[in-house]
Design a binder for this molecule. Structure first.
Ligand code: C5P
Length: 404
């Protein structure tokens, strides 16, 4: 992030203490950080801490003579590569949506023409309130980027959505926005997507309802961050994601061979719904219907592509699997992470009624070696974007096996 200019607006929420860590991480990466504190924020963190960590003066007053003399608020808003609002309270989101400019922070947000990222943080009821959700929709439609909130225990003692995302995740979002096509530049990524079709005879097959939307979105998100991305896809009706090399396959055996041929890669994400079994010897001629004598299909197990990649000699630095379950979603995912030898598992509930298969949205948990992180219900594109950002943060600083 050398020299990237981040204008950080800190509004008045308890999560402001986490923003101090974000400032530290940004500075470590060479970003130039200028901070604005709202009046409420200064009750949670002191200007002194913010100034010390950002190694820059802190701006607080719209009508302060020195603030205006040194750098007017218009220049302050323009001389940034990204404006980040963290934490973003319900109040500041409402003001942004309405275009209110009644202090330095909101005036800057109205005056800026640079991209804006918000990290909402508030009580769960405030977050779920139709007013906040509407304000957020207005902001997203206007092009404002959003990271979080996460779900969990809140400072007020209640539990639910509203926790500000961890500094690591906000940093990943900042990296993605300040260097489009840069965060994963020089990295190679492999993604599997879609179903597999296992032939019974030339016209029939065993398949499943996977649409490929989540896997395709992940490939697109990794490519958007600059990764050289190969998508090994089973049969889907989706267009090829932009900037992605697509290898089309039909069966699990073909998918395995195509994946192994792409190693080494830095990260592999197995989102395909691979058939567990195939017909041991598919027929070359169409099976004839014989009245009263339905045929018996003899099935054999397919190889586990995820486990094969995780156990490969040229193992990627990060291997991510999916666990689509209809019950005990998280417990199964935790067990699956170990059984398959992968680093992360994205667990999702595909019980009837969740409309995950073929649908646009997904409610997932990220299961890692350190714990389980519930994500709010998000569009598959947003799940993909977040995952790509997390992958980029996880790979940061690790030498690439693909470069060897
Ligand atoms: O064992 P299960 O099918 O529930 O595991 C799901 C995860 O394993 C997904 O990431 C899927 O892409 C991967 N998988 C695979 N090859 C298989 C079966 C599953 O890569 N044969």
């Amino acid at each position: 992030m050398d020299g990237k200019r981040i204008l950080l607006v800190i509004s008045g929420g308890i999560a402001a203490y986490k923003t101090l860590d974000l400032i530290r991480r940004l500075r470590e990466r060479g970003a130039v950080v200028r901070c604005i504190l709202t009046e409420a924020a200064s009750h949670f963190v002191t200007p002194l801490s913010v100034a010390a960590l950002s190694e820059n003066r802190v701006y607080q007053e719209l009508f302060s003579l020195t603030d205006e003399a040194e750098m007017g608020h218009i220049r302050l808003s323009r001389e940034a590569d990204l404006v980040v609002v963290a934490p973003a309270t319900a109040n500041i989101l409402a003001k942004m949506a309405a275009g209110i400019a009644d202090d330095l922070a909101t005036t800057l947000l109205l005056a800026t023409n640079t991209p804006i990222l918000v990290a909402p943080a508030m009580n769960v009821v405030m977050w779920e309130h139709p007013a906040t959700q509407r304000n957020l929709t207005v902001l997203v439609e206007r092009g404002v980027h959003v990271v979080g909130p996460a779900t969990g225990e809140l400072a007020c003692g209640e539990t639910g959505a509203g926790r500000m995302e961890e500094p690591e995740a906000i940093l990943a979002a900042i990296l993605a926005l300040t260097g489009p096509g840069v965060a994963l530049a020089g990295r190679r990524a492999l993604v599997t997507s879609g179903p597999t079709f296992e032939p019974i005879d030339p016209v029939r097959f065993l398949g499943n309802r996977s649409s490929g939307r989540q896997g395709h979105a992940i490939a697109a998100a990794l490519a958007a961050l600059g990764a050289d991305t190969v998508l090994v896809s089973g049969p889907t009706s989706l267009p090829d994601p932009p900037g992605v090399t697509v290898r089309r396959v039909s069966t699990a055996l073909e998918m395995l061979a195509a994946c192994l041929a792409e190693l080494p890669v830095d990260a592999a994400v197995c989102a395909a719904a691979v058939a567990d079994w195939r017909v041991d010897a598919s027929l070359e001629r169409k099976l004839k219907k014989a009245a009263g004598r339905p045929p018996t299909l003899h099935l054999v197990e397919n190889p586990d592509i995820l486990a094969a990649i995780a156990g490969a000699e040229r193992r990627p630095l990060l291997v991510v699997g999916f666990a689509a379950e209809t019950e005990d979603v998280v417990a199964h995912a935790v067990a699956k992470r170990q059984a398959k030898g992968c680093d992360w598992v994205i667990a999702n509930d595909v019980a009837p009624g969740t409309a995950v298969f073929g649908g646009d949205s997904n409610t997932v948990h990220l299961v890692t070696a350190t714990g389980v992180e519930p994500w709010p219900t998000l569009s598959k594109v947003e799940v993909a974007r977040r995952l790509a950002e997390r992958i980029s943060a996880a790979l940061a600083g690790q030498p690439s096996p693909a470069a060897r």
